[in-house]
Design a protein around this ligand. Structure first.
Ligand SMILES: [Zn+2]
Length: 309
C-alpha cells in the first residue's frame, strides 16, 4: 500500500488548492470576500462594505454604520448612565473587571451598545447598535441599560427607535444580571408600542441568542440585511437535538422571511429610505422616499391605525 501513500503525498497539495477558497494579499489595501474575490478596500468602502460580486454585506463597526445610515453621516451620540461593573465579582481565567478594562482600552467604547440621534431623510430618529467588536456584542447590564436609555429618549422626545441587532449572546460573566436584560428590553418596547412610537429592529449578520429571543423580531416591522444569519440556538445544537437534516438556507434572513419572522430584507444602501418611508406610512404622513411605497402601504394599512392617534 506504500505506493498509495506516495501517490497521495504527491497529489495532496493539488487537492488542497482545488478546495481552498482563493485568497489574495489581504492587508491595508485589500480584503478577501468569502466568494473568493479579492476586493480593493477603497472600492469596498465606496460600496458601503458590500461585495460587488456576491453582494455579501460585510460587517462594519458601529460608527461606520451610523455614518452611512444618518443624513450626511452626521449624528449625535447619546451616552447612557452606566451601572457599576462586575456585580458578581466574577473571575474565570481572568478577572472580569480586568477583561472589561482591556476591551475598553482596545475599542474605546464603554460597552457593546452605542446610541445616537440623527436624521434620516430629514426625519429625526434614535438609533442603537450592538458593536460586535466589544466582547462579541454580548449583552450585560451596561448594554441593557443603554437599550433602555435609547427607548426612554424615544419616549421623551416622541422619536422612532431603530435598533441594529447583531451579536447578542448573554454576557456569561454577569449570569442572571445578563439574562434579565431581555425582559427589561421587551418591557421598554411595550412602552413604546403603548405610546404608538415606531420601533424597527434591523437584523445584521450575525444576530444571536438573547437578542434574537427578545428584541430582534418584535418590531412593528422586522427588517434584515440580505443573507444575515439570525439564530437562537446554533445549527449544531439543533441538529444534535432534533437529529434532523436542516435546509442549507436555515437561519438566514431569506429563510426567516419565508417563515414570516422577518418582514423585509433590505440592502444596506436602501435602509435609510426604506425605514424613513415606513415611519411616514406608520405615522400617516403623506410623503414617501420609495417609488414602490404603495406596496408597503397596502401591506401595512391593516395595522397602521395602531400608530396613529
Ligand atoms: Zn463576495
Amino acid at each position: 500500500m506504500n505506493w498509495v501513500k506516495e501517490k497521495f503525498k504527491e497529489l495532496k497539495p493539488k487537492i488542497k488548492s482545488i478546495f481552498r477558497v482563493k485568497v489574495g494579499p489581504e492587508g491595508h489595501l485589500w480584503q478577501n470576500c468569502s466568494c473568493g474575490t479579492v476586493l480593493y478596500k477603497q472600492d469596498l468602502e465606496d460600496n458601503l462594505f458590500v461585495c460587488s460580486v456576491c453582494k455579501k454585506h460585510h460587517p462594519i463597526t458601529a460608527k461606520e454604520r451610523f455614518k452611512i445610515f444618518f443624513d450626511n453621516g452626521y449624528f449625535q451620540e447619546i451616552f447612557p448612565m452606566l451601572p457599576v461593573d462586575d456585580p458578581l465579582k466574577f473571575a474565570d481565567t481572568r478577572i472580569y473587571k480586568v477583561r472589561l478594562d482591556n476591551v475598553r482600552e482596545q475599542t474605546k467604547r464603554h460597552d457593546s451598545v452605542m446610541l445616537a440621534e440623527g436624521l434620516i431623510n430629514g426625519i429625526k430618529v434614535v438609533a442603537g447598535i450592538v458593536d460586535i467588536t466589544f466582547m462579541d456584542g454580548s449583552i450585560g447590564r451596561a448594554a441593557g441599560e443603554a437599550f433602555l436609555t435609547g427607548a426612554e429618549h424615544a419616549l421623551n422626545y416622541n422619536l422612532p427607535y431603530i435598533f441594529f441587532c447583531s451579536g447578542g449572546d448573554m454576557r456569561i460573566q454577569e449570569s442572571t444580571f445578563s439574562l434579565i436584560q431581555a425582559s427589561r428590553m421587551i418591557a421598554a418596547i411595550s412602552l413604546l408600542k403603548e405610546k404608538k412610537i415606531p420601533y424597527i429592529p434591523v437584523c445584521l449578520d450575525q444576530t444571536n441568542g438573547m437578542i434574537t429571543g427578545s428584541i430582534a423580531l418584535i418590531g412593528d416591522v422586522n427588517i434584515a440585511e440580505p443573507k444575515a444569519k439570525v439564530t437562537f440556538f446554533s445549527q449544531k445544537q439543533i441538529k444534535e437535538t432534533t437529529r434532523d437534516i436542516l435546509p442549507i438556507e436555515f437561519q438566514t434572513a431569506e429563510y426567516l422571511l419565508e417563515k414570516g419572522q422577518i418582514d423585509l430584507i433590505v440592502e444596506r444602501k436602501d435602509l435609510p429610505k426604506t425605514i424613513s418611508t415606513l415611519i411616514l406610512i406608520r405615522t400617516n404622513q403623506n410623503k414617501t422616499f420609495l417609488s414602490d411605497a404603495t406596496d408597503y402601504q397596502s401591506d401595512f394599512t391593516g395595522e397602521a391605525s395602531s400608530f396613529t392617534s
